[in-house]
Write a protein that binds this ligand. Structure first.
Ligand code: G6P
Length: 367
């Protein structure tokens, strides 16, 4: 089929707006809705024998790994390490039996990730791959292929592949949790219910496009932008900063909200917008107190939260973006949307080449 932009100005915009459909498509192949279960494709090893997980990826896909660490450790109580592929092999990692090596890659061809996969396989490690291109090298070489069904992603900055990778990571975490005896059937059916709600929640998040576009003009004036989050939202802060850097060329940093006072707070003045990603929940108060530290130093905050969070802490912010109230497991899939849209609209406001940013390639096949 012909790949075109449809009514969209850029592939990136089209791909952001495709997310409700492609995430639903991806979830569909992992959810058995009648049984209220999350399933994985047939595998020739026992998930129950896995006692350690290592997740390896590059760029945006590596943040899926960070979020996967939270999910797998919380649900399955199996320890997880995450590393960027270009670092992994060179630290002579400990490869042990009982370990599952997971690579995450849109293209399935990223040289560093492929090399890390081969390194793990050579060490006798069982491997799985969350991969979008089913004919790719990684897809052919992993023991267990966990496909994303995002369809072709043309924009260099990854968007829909990211949320689809998260959906599959959630499915992996749930299956591992069940195999380890850490999840009751009732808990699993609860999770299924929340996962099924994800596409509608993503759609609701997309409904804030015009608002985000309006605020993008202010952000586009900035020289530096800081993104803060805690827990899985720390990974989203890193993703937000990466997206903004790669397509708008504005310097941005993602920081763990609580770590900011150990350095980056020195950067804060009226000229530095701070994007705070904080759904209401157990981590909210802590993140908000970090946000107040920034505000006390003149920082201009954009708070991304749900109605409850915004009612508690939205006052005095430069802007707020309201997300639907969602279960923590699907929150990263939903909060990814405003982060993507903000980078997109800032780049458009700056007039950069959104789909083909300078110096970057869609698939990096050199180490
Ligand atoms: C490139 C792209 C990024 C992507 C990374 C990993 O640098 O510009 O958007 O996250 O490669 O790509 P992969 O295909 O392995 O997911």
């Amino acid at each position: 089929a012909l790949i075109d932009k449809g009514n969209h100005r850029h592939f990136m915009q089209k791909e952001i707006f495709e997310q409700p459909v492609v995430v639903a498509q991806t979830l569909q192949s992992y959810i058995r809705s009648v049984e209220q279960k999350v399933s994985l494709p047939q595998m020739d090893f026992e998930l129950s024998s896995i006692d350690r997980v290592t997740i390896i990826a590059c760029g945006t896909a590596s943040y899926v790994g960070m979020i996967g660490k939270y999910w797998i450790e919380q649900l399955a109580r199996v320890p997880v390490e995450v590393d960027v592929a270009s670092e992994y092999r060179y630290r002579d990692p400990v490869l042990a039996p009982g370990m599952l090596g997971v690579v995450v890659s849109q293209s399935g061809e990223t040289a560093d990730t492929l090399a890390a996969l081969r390194h793990m396989k050579a060490g006798g490690v069982t491997t799985a791959g969350i991969i979008n291109v089913p004919t790719s090298s990684m897809a052919r070489e992993v023991d267990l292929l966990l496909p994303t069904h995002a369809g072709p992603e043309i924009g260099v900055a990854s968007t829909k592949a990211f949320t689809c990778q998260l959906a599959v990571m959630a499915a992996l975490a749930v299956n591992l949790a069940r195999a380890k005896g850490k999840l009751t059937a009732q808990e699993e059916s609860e999770i299924v219910r929340h996962l099924i709600e994800a596409p509608a929640a993503i759609n609701e998040a997309l409904g804030h496009d015009a608002e985000i576009e309006a605020m993008a003009h202010t952000i586009a004036q900035a020289r530096d932008v800081l993104y803060l989050g805690r827990g899985p939202d720390y990974a989203l802060a890193l993703e937000g900063a990466l997206k903004l850097k790669e397509i708008s060329y504005i310097h941005a940093e993602g920081y763990a909200a609580g770590e900011m006072k150990h350095g980056p707070i020195a950067l804060i003045d009226e000229a530095v917008p701070i994007i705070v990603i904080a759904p209401s929940g157990p981590l909210f108060e802590k993140t908000v107190s970090n946000m107040q530290e920034v505000r006390a130093r003149g920082g201009k905050v954009v708070l991304i939260s749900d109605a409850q969070g915004l009612a508690e802490a939205g006052e005095g912010c430069l802007a707020t973006i309201e997300m639907p109230k969602v279960h923590p497991l699907i929150a990263p899939l939903v909060y990814a949307v405003p982060v993507q849209l903000l980078a997109y609209h800032v780049a458009v406001a700056k007039g950069t080449d959104v789909d083909q940013p300078r110096n970057l390639a869609k698939s990096v096949t050199v180490e």
